[in-house]
Write a protein that binds this ligand. Structure first.
Ligand SMILES: Nc1ncnc2c1ncn2[C@@H]1O[C@H](COP(=O)(O)OP(=O)(O)OP(=O)(O)O)[C@@H](O)[C@H]1O
Length: 447
């Protein structure tokens, strides 16, 4: 933004501030003079944690040096998780004292709202928002964007995003950071040409799975209540072999609840008309009977692989459903992983530690691990959250290829509709006062 415009804006803020407050001391004028709002697009190559540290510790350089000696606070999913853990551990209510409720009892959207109030109460000079729109449904996104816009009247904001679509139009200063020099570059809106995966040769399953019926999951009039509050009401849904479903629904509509029924983890499935891989829930099946039919990716799985496993070992461990590699893999298993690494173009990284890979590489590798045995059902729970546009593109290519080249059924859960993703069916949860009802929004038999 040209300097002249910035000065005009600063003058206006000072003026309105004087009108509202009657008087302002020099310190406040100084503060308002420095108030700048930034939107920064970060590639996944950038060490985000380190970048945020530089901002909070006042070590940022160049144009961001304005935040030196200012009190900053971080608004992020990790900060919220830490709060939830702390409140749970000490049995306290800190983030939302007026509600007398712990943060964990709120839905994702509500948590963000409560935590934002908490951040504002700390009276910071600036707040860093790390991908604040992740995990939010469309309506909650609009509400949060409005709150951020209002907030810019009083507190400087620095929004850090990984996707161009999340850049806010009302934030005047925009830049992108491409590497760990943290150097600011002008934000380019041009369409990038991303890498194309070599997806022609997806390795076949070493052993065909043992489940051959066409219906994998069948729920009829399934309902779940918590504390006498109905969450999902009379859900009927069938998932068949080879289908590609996307499960959508606003925050709190019950998507995770439905997933936990499908994975056999939710005891509320007992006594209901719920059939998992040919068996009615609660007829003596073991959790293992269900788990072995499912390959799963959730973002929290990344944290499981924090030791010094190499990329190759991490993927190989998928054959044994273990977190580390404790059994010597067979030659065939090693060959299969070698082939997969070629598909995802990561052969050169096979001996690199998984934790040293970029977040996008980790994500692709974890999805490969989940699909390694060609399970009847692959569950992908928000697989592109936190990724930049380039890595989103890679993950979507991989998912579409799994659909085209294998008979694995895919259940993809996300708030975002990705333009490149091609689910053939969509199941939607629609909240009501008596729990969410389920609706097949779209279903193609041509799988
Ligand atoms: N164990 C539980 N005890 C009490 N309430 C619960 C429990 N698990 C989920 N809920 C409530 O059930 C509702 C649905 O939650 P669920 O996590 O299934 O929704 P979701 O669609 O996955 O939400 P989001 O998109 O925000 O992750 C929420 O109001 C949640 O607070």
């Amino acid at each position: 933004m040209p300097q002249i415009k910035k000065i005009k804006k600063i003058k206006r803020i000072n003026h309105s501030n004087l009108l509202i407050c009657g008087k302002k001391n020099n310190l406040s004028l100084h503060k308002y003079f420095k108030m700048q709002h930034w939107d920064i697009l970060l590639s996944n190559q950038v060490n985000k944690k380190a970048f945020i540290e530089t901002l909070l510790s006042g070590e940022a350089k160049g144009e961001l040096a304005v935040f030196k000696n200012q009190k900053g606070i971080l608004f992020s999913d990790i900060a919220i998780e830490k709060f939830i853990e702390k409140e749970y551990q000490y049995d306290t209510v800190e983030a939302s004292p007026e509600s007398h409720r712990q943060l964990r009892t709120f839905s994702s959207g509500e948590r963000k709202k409560e935590f934002l109030k908490y951040c504002i109460n700390q009276k910071p000079d600036f707040i860093i928002f790390d991908n604040p729109f992740d995990h939010l449904d469309q309506a909650s996104r609009v509400v949060l964007a409005e709150s951020l816009k209002d907030l810019t009247q009083d507190i400087a904001i620095i929004q850090i995003v990984n996707r161009v679509v999340d850049v806010l139009s009302f934030v005047p200063n925009k830049a992108q950071i491409k590497d760990n020099t943290f150097e600011l570059h002008p934000l380019s809106q041009t369409v990038n040409h991303f890498k194309t995966l070599n997806t022609a040769a997806i390795p076949k399953a070493i052993e065909p799975h043992s489940f051959h019926e066409s219906v994998l999951i069948k729920m009829e009039n399934v309902s779940v209540s918590y504390d006498e509050r109905k969450i999902v009401d009379n859900i009927s849904w069938t998932i068949k072999q080879g289908e590609f479903w996307q499960l959508i629904g606003p925050n709190g509509s019950g998507k995770s609840t439905i997933l936990s029924l499908i994975t056999g983890d939710n005891p509320k499935g007992f006594g209901q008309n719920l059939h998992l891989f040919g068996r009615k829930k609660g007829t003596g099946e073991s959790v293992w009977d269900i788990k072995k039919q499912i390959g799963i990716f959730t973002t929290s799985m990344t944290d499981l692989f924090q030791k010094s496993h190499t990329l190759e070992e991490m993927i190989l461990s998928g054959f044994f459903d273990s977190i580390g590699l404790y059994i010597e893999p067979t030659t065939l298993q090693k060959q299969t992983v070698t082939q997969w690494l070629e598909v995802i173009e990561m052969s050169g990284l096979r001996k690199k530690r998984f934790i040293d890979l970029s977040i996008g590489q980790q994500r692709v590798a974890l999805i490969v691990r989940a699909v390694l045995k060609h399970p009847p059902l692959l569950i992908l729970d928000e697989p592109v959250e936190g990724l930049d546009d380039e890595n989103v593109d890679l993950v979507i290519q991989l998912i579409n290829t799994i659909k085209q080249e294998t008979n694995v059924s895919i259940l993809y859960v996300s708030h975002r509709i990705e333009t490149g993703l091609a689910p053939t069916s969509v199941f939607e949860l629609l909240p009501s006062s008596t729990g969410s009802i389920g609706k097949i929004k779209y279903h193609s038999e041509l799988n």
